[in-house]
Design a protein around this ligand. Sequence first.
Ligand SMILES: C[S@@+](CC[C@H](N)C(=O)[O-])C[C@H]1O[C@@H](n2cnc3c(N)ncnc32)[C@H](O)[C@@H]1O
Length: 346
Amino acid sequence: MTPGTAGAPADPAADTATVMELLTGGVVAQTLRALAELRIADHLAEGPLTAEEVAEREGSHPRATYRLMRAASSLGLLSYEGDHRFALTGPGRALRADVPGSLRSLVLVQTAHAHWTSLAHFPEAVRRGSNQVKKALGAEIWEYYTHPENAEEAALFARAMGDVSALVTQGAVAALDTAGVSTVVDVGGADGHFVLGLMEAEPRLHGQVLDLPHAVEGARREAGKRGLADRFSTATGDFFTEVPPADLYLLKTVLHDWDDDQCATILRNCRSAVHEGGRVLVVEMLVGEMGQPDIVTRADMAMLALTNGMERDIDEFDALFAASGWRRSATYPVGGGQFGMELTAV
Ligand SMILES: C[S@@+](CC[C@H](N)C(=O)[O-])C[C@H]1O[C@@H](n2cnc3c(N)ncnc32)[C@H](O)[C@@H]1O
């Protein structure tokens, strides 16, 4: 019997347990937040500690810290070594700051004000078929991040996107053929981690990030930090109006923020500006088979709560590409559950 299908033998106790378990999702997310905020994984980086030692280093309440770490061990993020001592597990290591594969910023931003408050309006979003972010935050999500009082949350969002980019860059570099490519524009590129990763792997490439004004400063800083400033530039602008010319456009986790018409506008703008023989690399998760456990359909719920967009299956992407002058010419997994889809102009 596959998940999500009718006809399983009756087992009311198991059914109740399943729903109770699912219902803990919100608490689990906020438990991750507390672990990330209190830097529990960083405190344990050098080896096991007791909850009381962690509480002393962090200045947190000893008994509450013990309870948090006990819950983390039940979630497989810490292992219990006896006598109130805990050690990091593999998944727990992903909560460390500033290590390759860190998901700490992603945890913090996905449990922060914008995401969390918008999710509180989720049933209404389903009823109306559109996000209720304006009601929740007083502004659409991208506008919310431009407000100076939300700068810290916006920076966290950009850092989280950069960390996720780091998960896919190696896979994309390995699969992407950059023959004939000189200029690469990362459309909605935030801190530029993706294009900068490609530039590090291929010294011939000149890269640019196109994003909203508040977002590109971080990309400039990141390029400087990596010693790539002489091959890198930023463009502030609106991808619904136009994009700068390029041999290759990167659209990483951008299309899932928008509805089909808006995606077609972005893709058509790329089609109008692309150099002869140029391409697009779209990086997104793909909705798979109906009823199978996955995180993509859950991400799709977040898209419904937060954006105009959605997660799509491969046929839905192909329809989008066909409607905007592109054809999918290659598809490959790039890591982190994401897929690269290369588009050629038709
Ligand atoms: C989900 S993030 C993806 C960031 C980056 N591509 C990555 O994967 O790390 C979407 C990005 O689109 C940018 N954005 C939103 N609306 C835009 C617009 N109208 N024009 C240009 N960029 C926009 C946001 O500022 C944000 O950086």
